[in-house]
Design a protein around this ligand. Sequence first.
Ligand code: URA
Length: 296
Amino acid sequence: MDLSQDPREPDPRATIADLLAFYAEAGVDAALDDAPVDRFAESAAERSAVRAAPRPAAASPNTASPGAATARRETARAPAPPPASAAPPPPDRAAADAREAAASTPDLDALRVLLERFDGCPLKLTATRLVFADGNPQARLMLVGEAPGREEDIEGKPFVGRSGKLLDLMLAAIGIDRSTAYIANVVPWRPPGNRTPTPQETAICLPFIRRQIELANPDVLVCLGGPSAQTLLGIKDGITKARGRWMEYDTGTRRIAALATFHPAYLLRTPLGKRMVWRDLLAIERKLAETRPEAG
Ligand code: URA
């Protein structure tokens, strides 16, 4: 027991623990600044300051003044500016780099390695790890969500948290599990605090998920939630209007049947939506049966 603590005062440790628990429940688990900071502008300014700085004359020790020597020592102690490569390139450049790099990957393993090395998306700086995919890349069904959450970021696999458990139940209802489905996200790095990815972050990641779908080459593609459907199927409708309607997704080499349905995270908040999702699941089951390749 802490005898210095006045028993009438609330224990400050309990208060801090409660506050932390509240933050965790609210999904606030990343320390951010109060106001947004444009890191692209900062790094561009740093680079031009480095370029604009006069180069020190290569003075000999005999001719340099004592003041200059002190200044040199100060400079030596100052932290070096970050190398230009430490900051992600501007979003347009990064998206162009992503398109070119993704197109050159021959298979899913190469795509994963490429993403591990790709530094063009600023989300990589705050995420713990890449969340590439889970399930069977040979499966005939592929499901794509929006972006990883906290649990996914820790485990490095998509849909392993609460909404992932519900997704597993939904798939089990039509006899599918992770050995018969392939699962990924539009954005493979967790946005801090589970915020929505920005349009720039999504644009940078889009060539990678498009290539991932093309290489996995499923017979049926399911977009989980509005952002995934809008990004991949190019629709403007919200998910309530778009769900349950068969569309076509063009991989560039083939057109495949695509359907949008509610995201499991939405169903956790709105259980009534499960009735509509059940219809979507039955439609997916039928489509898989209809498109089954002939045996032999
Ligand atoms: N939500 C998503 O969209 N993807 C995940 O992997 C987890 C939650």
